[in-house]
Design a protein around this ligand. Structure first.
Ligand code: PEP
Length: 253
């Protein structure tokens, strides 16, 4: 049975008080609902991580993620945060390769491969994002495009490392646009990703890797998307900024 995960990616939103209130609300709702099957992950900005780390130790099923990290453990990299620093404050997951980082910060496949390695080397779990832009979807090349992203940044991993990965399929044309992949489109891509992993690592390992959908996932469409047998949850942007919406999505899984 693969982990079922809903991860909220706050991006560059929520100041100190707002962020802590949001986590407190999520905690309260989780306690009332005892939603024990699903791992609920909060990917806050760096400023909140240490404090939220103390909060999540009091909540079963609630986990902490960073949205990025540097690929080196330490050194003269002004403004950066390393995987070892994240590990030292109790972070458990790190989002790597979000399309916004690929686009705005020009993160290459090679860089992402080294970030994934750094995260795994420090016993953290990478949530590796992949997904095609609209032009690729319109020319129906999304399968090979995403396979290439996976091969380029992940296929240097040993099988025991691949087992620890989480994949997030996020079609770029659906992120923050209000336009969602249909349930059939989502399932088709998640299945294709699993087949591609199986081709390299074998079916047993590919069947263990959770695969999340991301892209304008909302309470109104989450249940249908998560119904796909290869979809193991969601990476949620906008709707994770509101505790009621976020928890409604958790409930739909
Ligand atoms: C994301 O950025 O990971 C994302 C899925 O955003 P949204 O849900 O807002 O489309």
């Amino acid at each position: 049975m693969r982990d079922q995960i809903i991860a909220g990616n706050w991006k560059m939103n929520k100041d100190w008080d707002q962020g802590l209130s949001l986590v407190a609300e999520i905690q309260k709702m989780m306690l009332e609902e005892s939603s024990d099957e699903t791992k609920v992950v909060v990917a806050s900005p760096y400023i909140h991580l240490a404090r939220i780390s103390e909060m999540v130790t009091q909540s079963d099923g609630l986990y902490l993620a960073a949205q990025n990290c540097h690929h080196e453990s330490a050194g003269a990299y002004t403004g950066e945060i390393s995987a070892s620093m994240l590990r030292s404050i109790g972070v458990e997951y790190v989002i790597i390769g979000h399309s916004e980082r690929r686009e705005y910060f020009k993160e290459s496949h090679e860089l992402l491969a080294s970030k994934v390695k750094a995260v795994l080397d420090h016993d953290l779990i990478p949530i590796f994002c992949c997904g095609e832009p609209l032009s690729i979807r319109e020319s129906n090349q999304q399968g090979s495009f995403v396979n290439q992203q996976l091969s380029d940044s992940l296929f240097q991993l040993a099988p025991e490392s691949m087992r620890r990965m989480v994949i997030a399929y996020e079609p770029i044309w659906a992120i923050g646009t209000g336009r969602t992949a249909s349930a059939a489109q989502a399932q088709e891509m998640h299945h294709s990703i699993r087949q591609h992993l199986a081709g390299q690592y074998g079916k047993e390992i590919s069947d263990e890797v959770p695969s999340l959908y991301g892209g304008s996932c909302k309470p109104a469409n989450a249940e249908e998307i998560f119904a796909g047998p290869d979809v193991d949850g969601g990476l949620i942007g906008g709707a994770s900024l509101n505790a009621s919406d976020f928890m409604a999505i958790v409930r739909s899984l």
